[in-house]
Design a protein around this ligand. Structure first.
Ligand SMILES: *[C@@H]1O[C@H](CO)[C@@H](O)[C@H](O)[C@H]1NC(C)=O
Ligand SMILES: *[C@@H]1O[C@H](CO)[C@@H](O)[C@H](O)[C@H]1NC(C)=O
Length: 117
């Protein structure tokens, strides 16, 4: 993994602690999704985003897979994860909080925006 080699490189050069390094990586958020309804997630397809990944783009999953549950591990408070019931994000969408839940109607697509940055 890129993260692992970065940690090794920085730790070797400066003897910085893992915690210090982690706080320097500009993380936006991470979540996992499952095609099975309910929590905790039955399976986990994991997605992580660095700061800068935000945009107005409507994002679908690989092969237009639809998911029934999501577990948001962390999310930058200045940014929003909006979940949609359509592949083209034409419905109003629901902003997801942290934690595990099953949005009504399933998850067809999502948007990552940072209106408060
Ligand atoms: C995914 O859905 C969109 C909108 O319905 C469609 O335009 C696109 O071709 C689909 N892609 C795949 C891989 O099924
Ligand atoms: C993509 O989705 C279609 C329709 O659900 C399915 O038949 C096909 O096996 C999927 N392809 C891959 C690579 O997952």
């Amino acid at each position: 993994m890129q993260l692992t080699s970065l940690l090794v490189a920085i730790t070797g050069a400066t003897l910085a602690t893992a915690a210090e390094i982690e706080s320097r990586i500009p993380r936006l958020g991470a979540f996992a999704v499952s095609q099975t309804f309910g929590c905790p997630l039955a399976t986990r397809d994991f997605f992580e985003f660095a700061l800068g990944a935000q945009s107005d783009a409507c994002r679908t999953f690989y092969n237009n897979t639809t998911y029934q549950a999501i577990d948001v591990y962390y999310w930058k408070p200045e940014c929003l994860l909006t979940l949609f019931n359509t592949y083209d994000c034409t419905d109003p969408g629901i902003v997801s909080g942290i934690g595990c839940w099953s949005p009504p109607g399933g998850i067809y697509a999502y948007k990552i925006t940072c209106p408060y940055l």
